[in-house]
Design a protein around this ligand. Structure first.
Ligand code: FAD
Length: 291
């Protein structure tokens, strides 16, 4: 299939892009890497009257260290996020996750921010942004606002973004030094969308767990933070029994869907076992001295 006809604007600045979106009267669409939007255009699932291309806007293609945060610009491709030394050093869990995203051709074009805006419940980036308590930088006619990603992601393929706004960056707070991390996903082939995926962060203070963060995807209509499982482990010593209790809390708090790839029961079981592995891995990194 081919897209329905549309006008095309190659924006040269953020202001130019906002003006073009405003002129489209709510019927414009940003194109970044095009890795999700082009198939949707070709299948005529979306029919914008104007496509606003942000690829020529200078300054959006960088990952910057701003002190406590890493700032990922709107044109940072998956390839850069996966290989950037700042990410690998400060946020190794994200470095690991990026190596599971798609294949080289998609990684060369797709952007972290584009994935957040697309809000696919089976994508790694929204889930990792939730895990890392990321804040989305949004610019529109009224100026720039910052929104926690928890509020930005509304539902499957739905965000809080207005039609005349664009995401200019996402900011990720660097986890405290020594934070343990774990990541695991189950996909039929490496690089395919995963059936389920879990990631965790934990800090150890004198052998007790704190700041436990667990996120998952593939088990609901958005990526999720698993607050009951987090609460079950806060202050614990991460013994096998405590992890089992947290896995049980996790299985109770999710509502997976059944589809051709697996039943709801299968996904619930899978998410629990992925979580068990990920939590053990994260704790071993956070508290290597604890037997
Ligand atoms: P685009 O396709 O350009 O845009 C997507 C949507 O976001 C559009 O609605 C667009 O208007 C909007 N948008 C984009 N940028 C902005 C912005 N800055 N401000 C406002 N709105 C914006 N993803 C995974 O997570 N895991 C995978 O395993 C995976 N496998 C894939 C395999 C294939 C074969 C393909 C084609 C894609 C795959 N993807 C996967 C999706 C890929 O990661 C996309 O690149 C990503 O979802 C969207 O980023 P993009 O820059 O290409 O956005």
């Amino acid at each position: 299939m081919k897209p329905a006809p549309f006008a095309y604007v190659a924006a040269t600045s953020v202001q130019h892009a906002i003006e073009a979106l405003a002129a489209a009267g709510g019927d414009g669409k940003i194109i970044a890497g095009g890795q999700s939007l082009m198939p949707m255009l070709n299948f005529r699932l979306v029919r914008p009257s104007v496509l606003v291309d942000i690829n020529r806007i200078p300054g959006l293609d960088r990952i910057e260290d701003t002190g406590k945060m890493l700032r990922i610009g709107a044109l940072v491709r998956h390839r850069l996020t996966a290989s950037d030394p700042l990410i690998a050093h400060h946020v190794p869990v994200l470095h690991e996750a990026m190596n599971h995203v798609a294949h080289h051709t998609v990684r060369n074009r797709g952007t972290f921010c584009g994935s957040l805006c697309h809000a696919d419940p089976a994508a790694e980036m929204p889930m990792m942004a939730l895990l890392l308590d990321a804040v989305v930088e949004i610019t529109g006619p009224a100026g720039t606002r910052h929104l926690p990603v928890r509020e930005f992601l509304v539902a499957s393929l739905t965000t809080d973004l207005a039609p005349d706004e664009l995401v200019t960056a996402v900011e990720i707070a660097k986890p405290a030094p020594g934070t343990g991390w774990g990541f695991a996903e189950f996909a039929r082939r490496h690089g395919d969308y995963a059936l389920a995926c879990v990631a965790a962060l934990v800090e150890s203070r004198d052998g007790a767990a704190c700041n436990v963060r667990i996120a998952a995807m593939g088990i609901g209509d958005t990526a999720l933070r698993l607050s009951a499982a987090e609460a079950a482990l806060e202050g614990s010593g991460f013994s096998d029994e405590e992890i089992t209790r947290a896995v049980s809390a996790l299985r109770d708090e999710i509502e997976p869907m059944s589809d051709l790839s697996g039943s709801a029961d299968y996904r619930r079981h899978l998410a629990g076992e992925l979580a068990r592995n990920v939590l053990g891995e994260a704790w071993r990194r956070a508290a290597p001295e604890v037997p």
